[in-house]
Design a protein around this ligand. Structure first.
Ligand SMILES: Nc1ncnc2c1ncn2[C@@H]1O[C@H](COP(=O)(O)OP(=O)(O)OP(=O)(O)O)[C@@H](O)[C@H]1O
Length: 317
């Protein structure tokens, strides 16, 4: 049985500037199901970020005109009053930005930001504290880090704190806009594994925006490739990278290091399958957890939450 769409975009057009301006984004249809990872790929300027921000109702702040239909769990977002949208952002959907510092005030401890967000969405003070600490623990960070200011955390730690908040809020939809592009491969793997845990625990659907097809291939169920604001192809990740149909997809694949030698097949190098713990967290066992990638992968079973992030297969393969 096919799961009902968590998010469905239909004939969505986004334009900036004068009334008669051509839309920079025109998506006929894009669907994300509950618990699904949908990769959104495309070269620079293709419309990836605009897609994510439009779903969250944030392009309107930049003066965009948005028409068409965006339904989240059946509720229409296009034209929704800002007040209601604000309530949904944080309780039902959230953004993990490329630069996590943007999500935190530089003059507040990250804990203050996290607790405020939780209180805003109905938690009592005690509940907020408990959920924030649990979220940090899940993200592999000591709860004591909540007392730190953003500049006292590394990019990866800050990104994990942002995900800890999303986890504490139990959001159903996460828009992750290039969340790992500024991180090293270990931190990248930690973020991917964390997102996969969110999926496993809350059934969170993730719109994962990246120009990195190898990363998306290892992490996502499906990938939609955008080209000049249109969906050029939208197919199961494995099929898309094995046999790309659109020229723009082929170009993105050609840009993956090593892809030229390996033909079109991309071996995703997204995760290492291990999740390091920062001091004060649960210590890793040094071996990493075992990978669920059908026994063919040397990673851990945290490797994208049972779905192998190494392009080797899936846990139940
Ligand atoms: N606020 C804005 N005003 C005018 N045009 C905009 C605005 N935001 C985005 N655009 C245009 O929309 C198009 C898509 O931009 P977008 O940032 O979504 O691309 P992208 O695929 O995320 O690119 P990148 O990978 O470089 O971040 C571009 O042509 C861009 O110039």
């Amino acid at each position: 049985m096919t799961a009902a769409p968590l998010l469905e975009l239909r004939d969505v057009r986004v334009s900036f500037g004068p009334e008669q301006a051509e839309p920079v984004l025109h998506i006929d249809r894009l669907v994300l199901r509950r618990g699904e990872f949908l990769g959104v790929a495309g070269q620079s300027g293709a419309g990836k970020t605009t897609t994510g921000l439009t779903v969250l109702g944030l392009t309107r702040h930049a003066g965009a005109r948005v028409t068409g239909s965006i339904r989240l769990a059946g509720e229409e977002l296009v034209g929704m009053p800002e007040r209601r949208l604000r309530r949904l952002r944080g309780s039902v959907m959230a953004l993990i930005p490329q630069n996590p510092a943007a999500a935190f005030s530089p003059v507040l401890s990250v804990g203050t930001t996290v607790l405020r967000a939780l209180r805003l969405h109905g938690c009592t003070r005690a509940e907020a504290r408990q959920r924030a600490a649990a979220g940090m623990e899940r993200a592999g960070l000591p709860a004591a880090y909540l007392t730190r200011f953003p500049h006292q955390l590394s990019g990866g730690q800050l990104q994990r704190t942002a995900i800890a908040l999303a986890s504490a809020l139990g959001v159903r939809l996460l828009v992750a806009d290039e969340p790992t592009s500024s991180l090293d491969v270990t931190a990248q793997a930690q973020i991917c594994a964390l997102l996969a845990e969110l999926r496993a625990e809350h059934g969170t659907g993730v719109l994962f925006i990246s120009h990195d097809l190898a990363l998306l291939a290892g992490l996502c169920d499906r990938i939609a490739v955008l080209h000049r604001g249109r969906v050029a192809e939208d197919r199961p990740a494995a099929d898309l990278v094995a046999a790309p149909r659109a020229d723009c997809t082929r170009r993105l694949l050609a840009a993956v290091p090593g892809a030229a030698e390996a033909g079109t097949g991309v071996r995703a190098e997204a995760g290492t399958g291990t999740r390091a713990r920062d001091e004060g967290g649960r210590p890793g066992d040094g071996n990493g957890d075992r990978c669920g990638g059908g026994g063919r992968c040397a990673g851990g079973d945290r490797c994208a939450g049972g779905r192998c992030a190494h392009g080797e297969g899936t846990a139940d393969a």
